[in-house]
Ligand binder design. Structure first.
Ligand code: SAM
Length: 245
């Protein structure tokens, strides 16, 4: 058997090793994940997620799948939007993140269906969802094209996939952004979670992730159509949207 390798941040690791290493990261940060998101982005991640919801076009009664949904920010916002006739599934590969997400949603009065699953093998039928979203999850996946193809499979014709992810920042901002990512974020991570390495991985994995145009091509390559992207915060983050027809 061929021994395939992939990236784990700047490290090259065997493909079978990546999922375990990613699981260690999210097991370690789950309890402080939401606090760290607010600290690292200065609260901006809330605006990026609100923009994602707004671009989804999701209406009351729709079926939505939140892939790599973690602690459930998008699931919660979609649940409010689709109302009692709709359906929102919170899914993630990691039990610690998912348990936290489920508890948060329950505390806010939303009992959503939850499934622990790998984005590369989704346990849902073909042509089922009106909208599939993945926020800040794709760059952790080993086979991004397989995961995107799987998300397309479960979309109904006319439905859309939204990918919110860190991307390539506007060039003149790169030195400041690099300083912030590699000098400040791991230190804040260490203070808050006692785990600088996980937050170093975060910064490295962002640099290894496909840029805006490359991700658009991957989406088109698996058959998504009318693919476009919106740069947010000068490309720190991009929202990609594509449709299945
Ligand atoms: N979507 C949430 C948000 O925006 O706050 C959580 C994002 S968190 C940075 C990334 C999530 O991706 C983690 O919860 C992790 O467990 C999940 N993840 C990583 N690899 C995955 C995979 N192959 N399938 C499903 N989820 C995965």
């Amino acid at each position: 058997m061929k021994n395939e390798t992939t990236h784990f941040g700047y490290e090259t690791v065997a493909e079978q090793e990546k999922a375990r290493r990613v699981a260690e990261v999210f097991d370690s940060v789950a309890s402080r994940y939401d606090l760290m998101n607010d600290l690292m982005s200065g609260g901006l991640h809330r605006l990026w997620k609100a923009f994602t919801i707004q671009r989804s076009g999701v209406r009351p009664g729709a079926r939505v799948l939140d892939v790599a949904g973690g602690t459930g920010d998008l699931s919660l916002a979609f649940a409010k939007r689709v109302g009692p006739q709709g359906q929102v599934w919170l899914t993630d590969i990691n039990n610690a993140m998912l348990a936290r997400g489920r508890d948060r949603l329950t505390d806010k009065g939303y009992m959503l269906p939850v499934a622990q699953c790998d984005a590369e093998k989704l346990p849902f039928p073909d042509d089922y969802f009106d909208c599939v979203t993945v926020a800040f999850g794709l760059r952790n996946m080993t086979h991004k094209d397989a995961a995107i193809a799987e998300m397309r499979r479960v979309l109904r014709p006319g439905g859309c996939l939204l990918i919110l992810e860190f991307s390539q920042v506007w060039k003149p901002l790169a030195p400041v952004y690099d300083f912030y990512s590699f000098q400040i974020i791991p230190r804040v991570g260490k203070l808050v979670t006692q785990d600088a390495d996980s937050y170093r991985y975060l910064s490295e994995s962002i640099r290894m992730h496909p840029d805006q145009e490359s991700l658009k091509q991957i989406m088109e390559g698996v058959g998504l159509e009318r693919v476009e992207y919106f740069n947010l915060a000068l490309g720190v983050v991009a929202l990609h949207r594509g449709y299945k027809f």
